[in-house]
Design a protein around this ligand. Structure first.
Ligand code: ADP
Ligand code: ZN
Ligand code: ZN
Length: 757
């Protein structure tokens, strides 16, 4: 016997975009239609009305007590497909967050909170079925009288001939030079129909067609990589590839070919890029190849455009999407390919708010759930991915040479020179050596990029004479100076040490916090090279919309000689006339209190070095440092990723850092210092019991202990990969056991944390 759902006995579980551990149960009032799993509903929540997503339907609400009625059903099509549902479930589980928090990043702003962007409706005109054939249109010409009616018919026939079956009413009338009464008569005679259709905002579908592209043959290494990828695409089999190729080796070309292949097979693709504002060139290339078949999510988009793009993706209008982190959750069906360009990029990890997900890891998981292929591309793969390739979980594909040829041979990698700042008494940010090098480029009208990765807010002390800086013996990371207590402190385990004026290495009284900002570098350049045209790119100069593009274009088009900036200047641009790249102070990155500091430094140095000598002109890189003996600098100089990675992995293994260990960070904050400190202590103690066998560190007063009138503490937990502990289960158990928190306090869980927190 079939079980009939009685409408008066239907209940819906609803997830809200809030940090709530469980969905809430509501009664679906009789007569309310469209309430299906994955659809949005409006529900009473305390004194408010909140939009949520239906996660399950059931016939009983036993043990729930009184349930409230849903107020409205907001979708006819589910907003979340069954496929995405599985992904949401996995993400909520893995990242220890609520389903609703995942829905929040999945849907465009406004769909779950605030004012939703509206669907605009417009009127379109088409022939009624009887008159759709070309012959019928000819017959009409003789049958119709009024010249204006004929003009309308002919204009519409013109649109149809151009491939547009249903032009907008306004456009049609304008073209025909007619007014609505004429149209109305034609509708009454049964010749035309008017349909209401959703209007799509301008800019969502690119009008530009795929441009003429240079025919090119893939180089052997590219062809070989593509062949392995194609085999999996053709077989419809899940597999992850790590495409390791120096900057300019032609990875993007491989992504494009793989996407073409995927689309030919009738499947769709997602291409993730680190920050769209910083990667206009890659987007342009995808546009050139795929024209209006791809959608692009970018930061300059308004809420309306985002909303339209999302709906069109869901309706199957696009074959692929290019976008930043959150595009990994785009509502494409029949997904066959996921590409993560610059997979090591830090921007793939969401910090706040929850879900604190890593888009690369989600991409691999989504590929797995869809029998799709995942390509992770990088010049300097993250050690996690490198290790996964080493142990055979991913297949490594290498592009060892640059793709562009100069006189028949690959454009060479730049020469890298390390300048020891300890031996210069220079009071400016540029050593005499770097000054000379800049001067030469200016004289030859070549271009220069200078990187000054201004140290964040961390007061990192070090010896200005010998470069030594204090490190924690247990955690092997730089210690941070805390003003309160005037002591050094390990930001991971809490070990403290006195800050001495004398350097423990050379004995001189030369400990200072060093590092100057980009502005200072610009000033030094202006003094030394008054005639040079300088573009500065950092948070201050790029806050305006499109500022990146404008600054970059100025440099690209040769209206500037020198580009100075933070790590933004290291991203994937391709400037032909850049022949010198200078790193003002490499120590800043090396000393960050993060176990990935060396990895980051290596990535940044290689990446910025990759900006030099991209085409026919040879490039040179100058790295200034007070730590010239740091091995990472040598490896970067020699472009020796392999040795660097092997060494780093050995260290990570010894200290049980990822990829050998698993980590989670727990951040506590609240308005009252004592409450937060007390909560942090109780929480962390409970975690020690719950995650017996794991190493629980903290609680520690956070780096910036008070931000926006909030007091902050953090703890960390680390365990070996092989340990039979589920960090997630332990964290969830503590969260549940803790019950409600003191007023205004929050606990944020961060699985696989990245950066300092
Ligand atoms: P990556 O993504 O690894 O930085 P790109 O795909 O951007 O490398 O390639 C670098 C440059 O070389 C681009 O200008 C690209 O057009 C060119 N290129 C790539 N592959 C080829 C090829 N097979 N033949 C000629 N030029 C190529
Ligand atoms: Zn010293
Ligand atoms: Zn420590």
């Amino acid at each position: 016997m079939r079980l009939l759902l009685k409408p008066d006995r239907m209940f819906a579980e609803v997830a809200f975009p809030l940090p709530l551990p469980k969905p809430f149960i509501y009664r679906v009032p009789p007569g309310m239609s469209g309430v299906i799993v994955g659809s949005r509903v409006l529900a009473p929540f305390g004194p408010r009305r909140v939009t949520g997503v239906v996660t399950a339907l059931r016939q009983d609400a036993a043990g729930i007590g009184q349930t409230k009625d849903l107020l409205a059903s907001l979708d006819t099509l589910p907003s979340v497909s069954a496929e995405l549902f599985d992904l949401v479930r996995w993400m909520a589980d893995y990242y220890v967050c609520s389903w609703g928090e995942v829905f929040r990043v999945m849907m465009p702003a406004g769909m779950l909170s605030g004012n939703p962007a509206r669907t605009r409706v417009e009127r379109r005109v088409r022939f009624s079925p009887a008159w759709r054939h070309a012959k019928a249109v000819d017959a009409l010409r003789t049958e119709l009288r009024g010249p204006r009616q004929i003009a309308v018919i002919e204009s519409l026939a013109g649109y149809v001939a151009e491939g547009l079956q249903e032009p907008r009413q306004a456009d049609l009338l304008a073209r025909a030079g007619a007014a609505s009464p004429t149209l109305r008569r034609l509708v009454q005679r049964g010749v035309l129909e008017i349909v209401e259709a959703e209007a799509i905002r301008a800019g969502v579908i690119d009008a530009g067609e795929a441009g003429a592209l240079p025919e090119r043959t893939l180089h052997p290494a590219q062809a070989e990589a593509l062949q392995s990828i194609s085999a999996c695409i053709d077989a419809g089999r899940f597999h992850t590839f790590l495409l390791h190729g120096v900057t300019g080796s032609g990875k993007t070309e491989v992504y494009i070919e793989a996407l073409k292949q995927t689309i030919r097979r009738g499947r769709t693709g997602i291409v993730l890029v680190p920050e769209i504002a910083l990667t206009p060139q890659i987007v342009r290339r995808f546009r050139a190849h795929f024209g209006s078949r791809i959608a692009v999510f970018h930061s300059g988009m308004g809420a309306g455009e985002r909303f339209d793009t999302w709906r069109l993706l869901r309706s199957g209008r696009f074959a692929a999407v290019v976008g930043p982190r959150s595009a990994v959750l785009a509502p494409l069906s029949n997904l066959g390919l996921l590409v993560v360009d610059e997979e090591h990029g830090q921007s793939y990890k969401q910090q706040n708010p929850a879900p604190r997900y890593h888009a690369r890891d989600v991409a691999v998981m989504r590929a797995r759930m869809n029998d799709a292929v995942c390509i992770l591309g990088s010049a300097t793969p993250s050690l996690e991915s490198h290790y996964n390739a080493q142990r055979g979980k991913y297949t490594l594909l290498s592009l060892p040479e640059r793709a562009r040829r100069s006189v028949g041979k690959p454009a060479s990698l730049p020469d890298v020179r390390i300048i020891d700042l300890r031996s210069t008494a220079s009071s400016t940010s540029l050593s005499p050596w770097l000054e000379d090098a800049v001067g030469q480029r200016l004289a030859r009208s070549e271009q220069v990029i200078l990187l000054q990765n201004r140290r964040g807010y961390a007061p990192l002390p070090g010896c200005v004479r010998c470069g030594w800086s204090p490190e924690c013996e247990d955690c092997s990371i730089t210690m941070v100076f805390h003003k309160s207590g005037h002591r050094l402190r390990c930001h991971y385990c809490g070990r403290t040490a006195p800050l001495r004026e004398r350097c423990a290495n050379c004995g001189e009284a030369s400990i200072e916090a060093f590092g100057t900002g980009t502005q200072r570098v610009e000033e030094d350049l202006e003094t030394r090279f008054p005639e040079a045209r300088i573009v500065r790119m950092d948070l201050d100069t790029t806050s305006a919309k499109d500022a990146h593009e404008v600054l970059l274009r100025r440099f690209e088009e040769g209206h500037a000689d020198i580009l100075v900036g933070t790590q933004m200047v290291a991203k994937g641009f391709d400037f032909e006339r850049v022949t010198l790249v200078g790193v003002i102070n490499a120590d800043i990155g090396l000393l960050l209190p993060d176990f990935r500091a060396e990895e980051r430094a290596y990535q940044l140095l290689s990446q910025v070095a990759g900006r030099a000598g991209r085409a026919s002109l040879p490039g040179e890189v100058v790295i200034q440092t007070r730590n010239p003996d740091r091995p990472v600098l040598r490896y970067a100089r020699d472009h020796d990723y392999e040795t660097f990675a092997t060494r780093q992995l050995a260290e990570r293994r010894a200290l049980c850092y990822p990829p050998f260990g698993r980590m989670a960070g727990i951040a506590f904050r609240g308005p009252r210092a004592r409450d937060v400190a007390d909560l942090a202590r109780r929480w962390t103690d409970a975690l020690r019991k719950e995650a017996a066998g794991a190493q629980v560190m903290g609680p520690e007063e956070a780096f910036i202990s008070r931000v926006k009138k909030q007091y902050r503490y953090r703890s960390m937990v680390k365990c070996r990969r092989g340990d039979r502990i589920s960090l997630q289960e332990a964290l969830r158990a503590v969260e549940e056991g803790m019950g409600s928190l003191p007023a205004g306090c929050r606990v944020n869980i961060d699985i696989d944390p990245v950066g300092f927190f």
